[in-house]
Every structure is written in C-alpha cells, then in structure tokens.
Design a protein around this ligand. Structure first.
Ligand code: GLN
Length: 236
C-alpha cells in the first residue's frame, strides 16, 4: 500500500511520519502523474489559499478531481477539508479554487485566527467502535474551519459545541445544524462520504493514530487493484 501526501505546503511531513510509524509507505505528491502510483491521498492542513495557488500553478486540480471521481480514498485535514468541500464560505474566501466532491459547506476560519487555536476532547464513538481505544479524541484545532451543512450522503463522525454568540454571528448560516440540549449549538468537525474523509483538526499532531488507521482501512478496502499504474516511479 502506498499513501500519497500532497506536499505543496503545510503539515505533509507530519502525516508521512505517522504513516512511517504505522509501517506504511507515504510519498510526497507534487505532480499530477504521481497520483497514478498511490492508492490513496492525504491533503494536509496548512493555508488553503496558498495551497490552491500552488496546485493551480502545478496544474493539479484536474488530476485531483479525477482521483476523487475514480473513488480513490482521499482524506483532507483542515485546509485539506476546505479543498475537498463543494462549497466554502468565510472571510477571505475570495473564490479560491476547490477540488470538491464532498457535499458540504465549509467555513474557512470558523474558529478565528491563529491565536484562537485550541485543543478539545471530541466524542468519536464511530472511530472508537472501529479502531478501539476510548470514545474521546483530543482534537488540535489550528485556525480551523468548521462544516456548516452536509448533504444526505455524508456521515458525521464528530461535532463540537459552539457558543451561541458565535453561532448567531451575522456571517454564518447554520440552518440545519443539530441542537445539543446540554450545550446549545454544535458544528461538524469530521465527516465521511464514501471514499472521502475530512477532519477540521490535525490528528497528525497527536500520538493517537486512530484516524490514520481508519483511513488506511479505507485505502485497503479499495484494494491494491485500484493502483492505476506502476510504470512511473514516485519521487520520495
Ligand atoms: N483556515 C485555514 C485555511 O483557510 C486552514 C488552517 C489549517 O489548515 N490549519 O487555509
């Protein structure tokens, strides 16, 4: 199994280090043709407008969209989640290009700027049921986005409570968000839609490997047979 990690900008080294810890080959992907030699792809966190400009410069968007359409597993973390979303909103969105495929609306900087970064315990019963361990995952949120709405084919894997003043602030449209009777409102921070996985937080910055092992199972479920070509060597 070979897992590609989009290596234009952001925390790609950290993902490759986790894959190595798990005994899986992770390779840096910077060119469209390299996607032919990986079973799945991680799009890391970083800064999504910068990443989009680099992806455009390297003419990667058509190949990334094709990869998603072929049903290959793709996991977007943070800026990677923004890349995968069909719709993005929030300050400085500026019409940046998206890969799309994930039927959701993402707010790019929902939780605020860098200094409003935080850690929080997330309830992750589905991940714990599949990967073992406690039903809680410590999420690291760095200038994090949040998912404001999802289509019917999207499975929600984690939510986080938000204060009602944030919820009510004028640039948000949170219609359809779940009401949590204990703490008011919630936004979605992890989802799966078929071959697509997306998290608003950074599992690669923790010692808890369960999101990676979950994604590796998605990759092995698709199977080695899905490797499009082995003729072009992958740079690593
Ligand atoms: N909110 C950031 C963006 O718009 C993403 C932050 C991150 O990836 N840690 O790109």
């Amino acid at each position: 199994m070979v897992v590609g990690v989009l290596a234009l900008q952001g925390s790609f080294n950290e993902h490759i280090a986790v894959l190595k810890r798990l005994g899986v080959k992770g390779v840096e992907v910077r060119k469209a043709e390299q996607l032919q030699n990986v079973n799945s792809l991680i799009i890391p966190g970083g800064e999504s407008t910068t990443m989009a400009k680099l992806a455009e410069y390297h003419n990667l968007f058509p190949a990334l969209r094709e990869f998603v359409k072929m049903g290959k597993p793709v996991w977007g973390t943070c800026a990677g989640l923004i890349f995968l979303a069909d719709r993005a909103t929030g300050q400085k969105t500026g019409g940046q290009e998206l890969v799309g495929g994930l039927d959701c609306t993402v707010h790019r900087n929902f939780f605020g700027s860098q200094i409003q970064s935080f850690e929080a315990d997330l309830s992750v019963p589905d991940i714990a049921a599949k990967e073992g361990g406690p039903p809680i995952f410590r999420g690291v949120f760095i200038r994090a986005p949040a998912i404001l709405d999802v289509g019917p084919g999207v499975e929600v894997l984690a939510n986080i409570p938000v204060s009602s003043d944030k919820y009510a602030s004028s640039d948000l449209s949170l219609q359809g968000q779940k009401e949590n009777s204990d703490s008011g409102k919630e936004v979605i921070v992890a989802v799966r839609q078929g071959n697509l996985l997306a998290t608003a937080f950074h599992p690669e910055l923790t010692a808890d490997n369960r999101w990676h092992t979950y994604f590796l199972k998605m990759t092995s479920d698709v199977g080695e047979g899905a490797l499009a070509s082995v003729s072009t060597p992958v740079d690593d």
